[in-house]
Every structure is written in structure tokens, then in C-alpha cells.
Design a protein around this ligand. Structure first.
Ligand SMILES: Cc1ncc(C[n+]2csc(CCOP(=O)(O)OP(=O)(O)O)c2C)c(N)n1
Ligand SMILES: [Mg+2]
Length: 316
């Protein structure tokens, strides 16, 4: 994966999210989204270290994860707009993107739940003799969910090839980490005997390097690794926040966050012309995606309940 490729992904996620926020404002996306703006380097670096046969699980803030995994932006945007041509036929929406053909076992709106799905999947693949690695993304808030701690336990006990990626953006909704998490985040993983590292989550190359080592360990049968990627959420917890006057973060704090922008950190590694070319490619891709999504039909209300209880086979 070249520096240009990593830049393309961070830029694609950033511009996808900015356009999605705009579609929330215009009402094309109903109900809002949890923007991934500021955290793009994590999805980019982690997914760049995986093979096509590997699997991931994602969260309520999951657009970046699935884009980095190779989902077609037109199908994701159509999904957010509830259209029939969406990734999940418009039935899943922002928080449930899944595409088994790309190893995306699903975003999950239940905080802390997807870690156990990834652990179970990695364990099952290993029992079937495959060399699959699972990466699971979750926030600092998930560190207080029992289900995730149970997943750490079995992953360590059974040496499951899973990579736990904690995106520590400093807050769970409006709750600062220091007010919610006792002890240290990596210390919790280490308590289960899981090697745990803190990584600069604003730099895709550092995330890629740390994840590559974790993938090597997992494939060599050495079990799980925990990566705490330190980051900052530049935008709202959810777009509803744009219409409120929450004061849990000062403007100074948010500006300080923007001073370590992953798009700029990676962009600085490209020449000006390389960067211009990628930016133009991304805009063209997203222009086309917006055209396709806006031109797609809404599902027939009479068919609203179809696919909700589909077997995994039906989602292919
Ligand atoms: C089990 C559960 N409890 C509460 C919620 C409501 N909720 C949605 S997002 C969120 C905050 C999650 O914070 P974090 O894990 O740090 O992720 P971030 O939003 O910062 O990306 C909460 C409490 C939920 N979805 N699931
Ligand atoms: Mg958080």
C-alpha cells in the first residue's frame, strides 16, 4: 500500500462524510449519522493491513471502516438514503452496513457487541483451517461493556486471531474517557494477557505498521492483539448535535484536534500534483455516487419488511 493509496482512502472517507452531513441537512438522509471525520486514519491503516479473505466488524460510526474495506461509495450513500440500490437494500441505514462478499460482517449499533462477533468469526474460521484474521473496531465507550471484556477473555484463552482496535476519541457521546474508564485502556487488555499498544490514530502509516505486526502475530497462531488508537472526533457525536448547544467541548479543544488532521498528515507525504490528482478522482467518484444514490428508487412501502430476517446467503 503506497502513501498515495493511503491518502486516497483518508480523503475518500473525509469527503464522503462531509457530503453525507450535507445530505442530512437537506433531508435526503433521514435520521442523521455519526460522522467519522477526524478518525479516518484508523480505518485506513487497519484495513490496509488486511487481506481480502479477512473479516471486520464495525460500529455506529462505521462509514469509514466499510469504505476502507472497499465498499462502493454509491451503494453506501444509497443505503444512508434508504434507497433500494443501497448496500443492504436501504433497510439497514447508516449503522448496519454489511457486505459479506467483502468480509464486512456488519456494523453494529450496540456499543461493544461487535467484538464478540469478530472473535467468534475468527475462531470459527480457524477451526475450519483457514488463516483468516478478524479486526474489530470499537470506541473507548465500549471498554465498559461486559460483552467486549468477555470477548477479550475467550480470545486470549483460545488464542483467537482477532485484532481489537479501540478508537479512543476521548468521549463516549459527551462523557469524557477520564470520567468513565477506571485504570488504563491498554491495561485492561493486558490483564487478559493480550499484548496491547497505544498508537497515533491520526497517522495512517503508523496505524498500518502496528496493525501489520498484529496481523503477523495472529496468522502465526500467536493470538489476539489490542491496539488503542488515540484520535479525536472533529465533528458531532451525531448530526443531531448540529441543532443543539452542547458545551461539553470548548472551541479551543476542537481547534487543537483539527491541528492533527489525518488528511493533512498523509497529504503532506504526497507531491502537490499527486494530491490534486487524487482529490479530483475522489470528487469525481463521489459526484457519480451522489448521482446514482439520488437517482435510485425508494423501496416499495409494501416491501418494507422484506430482507429484515434474511439468511446470510440472501445478503450476498
Ligand atoms: C449498549 C449500548 N449502550 C448505549 C448506547 C447508546 N450509545 C450510542 S453511541 C454511544 C457512545 C459510544 O462511545 P464510544 O464507544 O466511545 O464510541 P464513539 O461514539 O466515541 O465513536 C452510546 C452510549 C448503545 N448504542 N449501546
Ligand atoms: Mg469515543
Amino acid at each position: 500500500m503506497t502513501s498515495v493509496d493511503l491518502y486516497r482512502t483518508v480523503r475518500l472517507i473525509r469527503r464522503f462524510e462531509e457530503r453525507a452531513i450535507e445530505f442530512v441537512r437537506t433531508g435526503e438522509i433521514v435520521g442523521g449519522i455519526h460522522p467519522y471525520v477526524g478518525q479516518e486514519a484508523i480505518a485506513t491503516g487497519v484495513c490496509a493491513a488486511l487481506k481480502a479473505s479477512d473479516v471486520i466488524t464495525s460500529t455506529h460510526r462505521g462509514h469509514g471502516h466499510v469504505l476502507a474495506r472497499g465498499v462502493n461509495p454509491a451503494r453506501l450513500l444509497a443505503e444512508l438514503m434508504g434507497r433500494e440500490s443501497g448496500l443492504n437494500k436501504g433497510r439497514g441505514g447508516s449503522m448496519h452496513a454489511a457486505d459479506f462478499s467483502l468480509g464486512i460482517l456488519g456494523a453494529n449499533a450496540i456499543v461493544g457487541a461487535a467484538g464478540s462477533i469478530a472473535t467468534g468469526a475468527a475462531w470459527a474460521h480457524r477451526r475450519q483451517g483457514r488463516d483468516t484474521v478478524a479486526a474489530t473496531f470499537f470506541g473507548d465507550g465500549a471498554m465498559n461493556e461486559g460483552m467486549l471484556l468477555e470477548a477479550f477473555n475467550l480470545a486470549a484463552l483460545w488464542q483467537v486471531p482477532v485484532i481489537f482496535v479501540c478508537e479512543n476519541n476521548g468521549y463516549a457521546t459527551t462523557m469524557p474517557v477520564a470520567s468513565a474508564v477506571a485504570g488504563s485502556i491498554t491495561g485492561r487488555a493486558r490483564a487478559f494477557g493480550i499484548p496491547a499498544f497505544t498508537v497515533d490514530g491520526q497517522d495512517p502509516e503508523k496505524v498500518l505498521a502496528a496493525t501489520s505486526s498484529a496481523v503477523d502475530r495472529a496468522r502465526a497462531g500467536q493470538g489476539p492483539t489490542f491496539l488503542e488508537c488515540t484520535t479525536y472526533r472533529f465533528d458531532a457525536h451525531h448530526t443531531f448535535e448540529h441543532r443543539t448547544r452542547l458545551t461539553y467541548r470548548s472551541t479551543e479543544e476542537v481547534s487543537a484536534g483539527w491541528s492533527r488532521d489525518p488528511v493533512e498528515i498523509q497529504g503532506a507525504r504526497l507531491t502537490a500534483s499527486e494530491r490534486d490528482q487524487v482529490d479530483a478522482e475522489v470528487e469525481a467518484l463521489l459526484d457519480a455516487a451522489a448521482g446514482i444514490a439520488l437517482g435510485s428508487a425508494h423501496p416499495d412501502p409494501a416491501a418494507a419488511l422484506e430482507y429484515l430476517y434474511a439468511s446470510p446467503e440472501a445478503m450476498r
